[in-house]
Ligand binder design. Structure first.
Ligand SMILES: [Fe+2]
Length: 389
């Protein structure tokens, strides 16, 4: 049993609250969940609560993140070269599963959660084997399958984020399912607006916002969808200051899952290329998101997300101090600014160079900057892992 009754003084932000006790009785929490802020704890104290029952297995501690606490034991990881082939197959199958689900919804057929749950479990497995493999592939996107790829990517990123926060595997799978269904209402948006090759006019944007209304009823029809998966979908456009949609929820009304989802949704949208806009580098996207911190996005969670993803995630393009351009190949958890980089281009002479693996952990070279893939007219995907091509 992972639940335990503790004194109110020991309650921390992130703990999963089941019940509270005042001097007379134990009162079950109407909607069990993680304590979102210190203000909630202060209010409980003011209300005369003396003890609380907490589910420790479902508790997370996002406000005090110790990067060291999530370091992987490298000896237990599956080798990148072994996992990449599996990750490639998994991503392909998962994309087919998501496409099938979207096709079914377009055709007004019921959503079968079983293959989606299976994909989610397999993704959690791959992330725990060696997360670099899936991440190195997620940069590979096709332009014609945006909704499916965005949905899957939001799921993978949410699970990566949840894993960083120390959430249990069953929660990670629910986050992936949530990501996969999060924009399901877009299947009811007018096709000419959904597929418009350009920015939306204000009235078109108002119509696009309706996808959240459509999502709600579509989610109700999915049997056995968990509350956590549902929240990814229903809350990913809410903003802390109440200016989001569909409900205009404010502050603590937005659950932790909802806050994480809006961070991940924006990050993936900014780093994807569309026919009307080019992809941003992760560093540029995170910088923009920092400008949304506090009023739109939860600042503590955003900080945690940045630590989790890093400015130079696996699969992203970087320029080194010797003008060589390359792909971040493997992450380095001891120092995220010093990953293993596969270089193949010289930006000073604008020409291809022999492929070289440079381990920044043991080199004097440093990363000068994260690079947007479109800056140089070169075929980057040809240099990604063979399994990805
Ligand atoms: Fe959305």
């Amino acid at each position: 049993m992972s639940s335990k009754t503790i004194a109110i003084g020991d309650l921390k932000v992130g703990m999963f609250l089941l019940a509270f006790h005042d001097a007379k009785q134990k009162i079950a929490v109407k909607k069990p969940g993680r304590v979102p802020s210190q203000q909630v704890i202060d209010k409980l104290i003011n209300d005369g609560i003396i003890e609380v029952t907490v589910d420790f297995e479902r508790s997370t501690f996002t406000t005090k993140i110790e990067p060291a606490s999530w370091k992987r034991d490298k000896s237990k990881l599956v080798a990148f070269d072994n996992e990449i082939t599996r990750a490639h197959r998994l991503l392909k199958e998962s994309k087919a599963t998501v496409n099938k689900m979207l096709e079914n919804v377009f055709a007004e057929q019921a959503v079968d959660l079983e293959p989606i749950n299976k994909a989610a479990d397999d993704i959690v497995e791959s992330l725990s084997n060696n997360s670099d493999a899936l991440h190195s592939l997620s940069a590979l996107r096709t332009k014609d399958a945006y909704l499916a790829e965005h949905s899957l990517n939001v799921g993978v990123l949410l699970a990566t984020f949840g894993k960083y926060l120390g959430w249990p595997r069953s929660d990670l799978a629910q986050l992936i399912v949530g990501g996969i269904v999060h924009d399901i209402g877009k299947t009811r948006v007018k096709l000419e607006i959904l597929n418009k090759p350009g920015r939306l006019e204000p009235e078109e944007f108002e119509h696009m916002k309706l996808h959240q209304v459509y999502s709600k009823s579509l989610l109700n029809e999915i049997e056995n969808l968990t509350q956590m998966s549902r929240e990814v979908s229903t809350m990913h456009h809410e903003k802390l200051d109440g200016n989001g949609y569909p409900l205009g929820l404010k502050g603590e009304q937005i659950s932790e899952v909802g806050r994480m989802s809006s961070i991940v949704d924006i990050y993936d949208a900014l780093t994807a290329s569309r026919c009307y806009k080019k992809a941003m580098s992760p560093a540029a996207a995170l910088k923009i998101m920092m400008g949304l911190s506090g009023h739109h996005l939860d600042s503590e969670l955003l900080k945690a997300f940045i630590l989790c993803i890093g400015f130079y995630p696996v699969g992203s393009l970087v320029e080194l101090s010797n003008n060589l351009l390359g792909l971040v190949w493997e992450s380095n958890e001891d120092d995220m600014k010093k990953p293993l980089v596969k270089t193949f281009y010289n930006t000073q002479y604008n020409k291809y160079y022999e492929v070289k693996m440079i381990d920044l952990a043991t080199s004097n070279l440093t990363i000068k900057r994260g690079v947007n893939p479109f800056e140089y007219n070169i075929d980057i995907d040809a240099y990604r892992h063979q399994a990805a091509n």
